[in-house]
Ligand binder design. Sequence first.
Ligand code: CAO
Length: 270
Amino acid sequence: MVAMRREPLRDQTPVTDQTPPKTPDHPLLKLPPWPHVDFAQWGPVDAQPLSRIQKLVAAAMARNWVSIPHVTHNDEADISALTPARRALSQASGVKITPLPYLVKAAVVALKAQPKFNASLDAAGNNLVYKQYYNIGIAVDTPAGLLVPVIHNADSKSIPEIATELAELSEMARTKGLPMDRMSGGCFSISSLGSIGGTSFTPIINAPEVAILGVSKSYEKPVRVDGELAWRDMLPLSLSYDHRVINGADAARFCVDFASALSQPEQLSD
Ligand code: CAO
């Protein structure tokens, strides 16, 4: 997953260039050339040009995937208390609230507890830059391609404020695109496929961030609580991290902190 940080995004002019995609230019990669295949030899085909956004996203994805040593840590969060809490807050605030704003706030809690996740390597790879602000990017699926608007200073915003901002940003992203300032400055990203399905996936880190949390669809599972089996609502988490910066134990701790914050949703709405 990527945010496009330097290129204009409103231009969705179809790209007509037929040049095959280049393999990433990196001295360690000795990749064979991209296969040239005439697909029409086996049956009818319909070639659709990629939009400029799709091409930019593809290039950044390929760069991030080959240049960052990714590891994905899988875990689950018990969110049984979240549904009643968010329904009550929706009713009280008059704002539709999905689980996502709570995930943003829980991410802030975990980032504060595990500051390495809120850091970036500088371009030369000599310094780890710890950020003291909490800007959370959210992957939004749009007809033109994947965009990552950023909720700036999520730590100082309430759940209904985040829900409102997210609704505005995702609507803007889907209808007219987003200005660069709404996609810049992210510290950590969340990619939620929870409204669609899945049990886990490997999200691609949005450089220069060092981690991204993928969230799949919550499901009910029997869990032993105080010696008794109880049905609990579980949220699958897939945390991809840059193994140059973050170790497996850090990732396990991050998920524990994140899940712990989500299990007490009232504290996130304060
Ligand atoms: N488990 C179960 N249900 C979930 C859920 C989860 N983890 N997350 C959301 N839902 C439910 C919501 O509660 C809502 O149901 P109700 O209306 O009954 O409350 C429903 O799914 C629809 O949610 P939504 O998609 O409208 O809103 P959201 O806040 O969850 O997500 C957005 C907003 C913009 C992130 C989403 O629309 C989107 O674009 N998702 C795709 C992101 C993506 O493509 N990621 C992959 C990137 S890598 O290729």
